[in-house]
Write a protein that binds this ligand. Sequence first.
Ligand code: FAD
Ligand code: MLT
Ligand code: ZN
Length: 479
Amino acid sequence: MPDDQPPPPLPPGLLDRLASLLGPRGLLTGAGDLAPYLADWRNLYQGRTPCLLRPGTVEELAEAVRLCAAAGLPLVPQGGNTSMVGGATPDESGRQLVVSLARLNRVRDIDPLDMTMTVEAGLVLKAAQEVAAEAGCLFPLSLGAEGTATVGGVLSTNAGGNTTVRYGNARELMLGLEVVLPDGRVWDGLRRLRKDNTGYALRHLFVGAEGTLGFITAAVLRLFPRPRETELGFCAVRDEAAALALFRRFRDRDEGAVRAFEYMSGTGVGFYARHIEGGSVPLPGHDHYVLVDLASSRPEAGLRALMEAVLEEALEAGEVLDATIGESEAQRAALWRIREEHPEAQKREGASVKNDVSVPVSRVPELIRRASEACRALIPGIRPVPFGHMGDGNIHMNLEQPEGMDGAAFLARSHDIMETVNAVVRDLGGSFSAEHGIGRLKTDMMEDWRGGAELDLMRRIKAAIDPQGLMNPGKVLPG
Ligand code: FAD
Ligand code: MLT
Ligand code: ZN
């Protein structure tokens, strides 16, 4: 429906029933109040909604879902609204109700002996990390949006982030879930067991489902020992292959010590220096950089000696051109900031097309080289800005508009650019979506990449759990 048409009216009496169920804090209807929930972080989509539900308890959410299901109203779950693929944004019809989980943010339990914590979906990721730290433990999932993204959001997208190389994706950090199903029933799967082979592992269906199967309301998360020692190296490397060789050197010496291994191009680091306040960069003027983060919970793990020895070897081999080691918490935070602010710096530079892709780790240098060349051939002057999680094969093969080109004209070529990158990714045995998910942005790629039995099974699962098709319609599954 075009934006200038009024949205279809809600069934009579529904708004009043929702208002009395959720109270004044739990139901927003004013245009100003709704605005922040209707656009995505990348400003790709601008949706509409008649109202926003903000339940304060699981029971309130379940009852609201029952009311909406009876009225046949589609629902869009939203956590921190940091999706990179428009997953949490309603469409333009004005029919879809947004449901924010933000008020469901309690810590229900933390057990340092079991090494688990049970938290609600709306808890912000950074707050979850802090709660774990206060109990002397580590919740290791870490990503640039951690100050806003929520536990429900990271589970629903199976987020990866910086520490996948060591701790896995969000899925590997989850033991149990509580879910409000599309008919309003509450499934209590909050078991904190390391072993539980009792039929199909339903909890894993909801992880990565991007809100299309139900609402995650709480989760049991795995905790780990807090590191006693950490070291952070920021290195200028000769090229992509040298970056990978450096990763291998660290892994061969002590695989368990590598907590993150992130690649950045000179272009991306230049954007950081240009656009981010206080964005100074050590070792300027190189084309390729890596950030290597080592951590160990062992006493006297000798990480400084390991860092120095490996960097020295790699310098001698000509792989590392220059390097600096963070000497204090403040310095380490400043070095991490160069990497974490890449998405923001790229946004400020102008129009960009993101390709969140993965390939086998061994093929990362080839991916970066070939995709960059193919995109330069497609649009002369285009600026490749590859960066990201090299240690787990997930590179953000992002492209920035040529200098002086009109941003809209560049974005009109998005499809061609993504196809160009994806052709290389396919050839290297990779995936067109590594960690951000499908959302609304990539549904049209699903048939091509996951068609046949795989997509058929996904559709049947969706129909079995959400027969009315009310959960986050238009996301993940095409058509
Ligand atoms: P939202 O954006 O609100 O929602 C994401 C999806 O999950 C939507 O489909 C939504 O409908 C669904 N959803 C949300 N909550 C629930 C729930 N409780 N139940 C059911 N469905 C739900 N992602 C990475 O994987 N790695 C990164 O390194 C990374 N870095 C980022 C850096 C920046 C600066 C930004 C802006 C984003 C980054 N992202 C990254 C993407 C984003 O942060 C993740 O996808 C994150 O998991 C989304 O969490 P959220 O709470 O904001 O979810
Ligand atoms: C990140 O790792 O910073 C984000 O996932 C990447 C992006 O913005 O493309
Ligand atoms: Zn990422």
